[in-house]
Design a protein around this ligand. Structure first.
Ligand code: PEP
Length: 241
């Protein structure tokens, strides 16, 4: 059975002080969180050390939002997998549509990042998703299958999370119908040799739609952007029924 993983992607939000303030409000809600799910916070690099020290390996796992494929070298502004594991980071988001759109990420560079993350013991969360234009042109299936095939060349599927994030649903409030997300995630699973890979849905997940999303049989979790910034709101998402 795939592990259920609810992950917050803070993007470029929260200073160290703000991250600690979030944690104070958030942690108290975790007493009610059932053991059947993993809770992950993908914070900016600068907030990871202080979060790591404060969490002391408790219920919350830490994630980063990018990783370079080399162990070290002349790559100004980049962070390696070894630098992340040293901080107690377990997960890393790779190939997010904002990285693809603004920073030139491709399926090929995402693939390199996934492989280097795995080599260092990090669990990659590989993001895939179609644009509005691609969906309207009836290309959703082809786009997703290509992203999966190219992103997973030589990748160990026993140590992997995939997030299906339709680009038109990210940060727009325009959530993909839960049944449609379920259908596309089923299609992604068909492409995998390991059927137990956790496949999350992401795109305007909120406290008021998480229950319906998580009730879908193919959906094993959520990658949550905007709604993960508010401690009480994210706690409601994590404690979905
Ligand atoms: C995301 O950033 O991965 C995301 C899904 O954002 P939002 O939840 O804000 O749509």
């Amino acid at each position: 059975m795939p592990k259920i993983i609810i992950a917050g992607n803070w993007k470029m939000h929260k200073t160290q002080a703000e991250a600690l303030e979030f944690l104070q409000g958030f942690k108290s809600h975790l007493d009610e969180t059932p053991d059947d799910r993993e809770v992950v916070l993908c914070a900016p690099f600068t907030a990871l050390p202080v979060l790591s020290k404060t969490l002391h390996g408790g219920r919350i796992r830490l994630g980063a939002q990018n990783v370079h494929w080399e162990r070290s070298g002349a790559y100004t502004g980049e962070i390696s997998a070894a630098m992340l594991t040293e901080l107690g980071v377990h997960y890393v988001v790779i190939g997010h549509s904002e990285r693809r759109q603004y920073f030139g990420e491709t399926d090929e560079t995402a693939n390199l990042r996934v492989i280097s993350a795995q080599k260092q013991g990090l669990i990659p969360i590989l993001c895939v998703g179609e644009s509005k234009a691609q969906r309207d042109a009836g290309e959703t299936e082809t786009v997703i299958i290509n992203q999966i095939k190219r992103g997973l060349v030589d990748v160990d599927q026993s140590n992997l999370v995939i997030a299906y994030e339709p680009i038109w649903a990210i940060g727009t409030g325009d959530t993909c119908e839960a049944t449609e997300a379920n259908r596309v995630i089923g299609l992604i699973r068909e492409q995998l040799s390991n059927k137990d890979v956790t496949i999350q849905y992401g795109g305007s997940v909120k406290p008021d739609n998480i229950d319906e999303i998580m009730a879908q049989p193919e959906i094993d979790g959520a990658l949550v952007g905007g709604a993960s910034l508010d401690a009480a709101g994210f706690a409601r998402i994590v404690n979905y029924r």
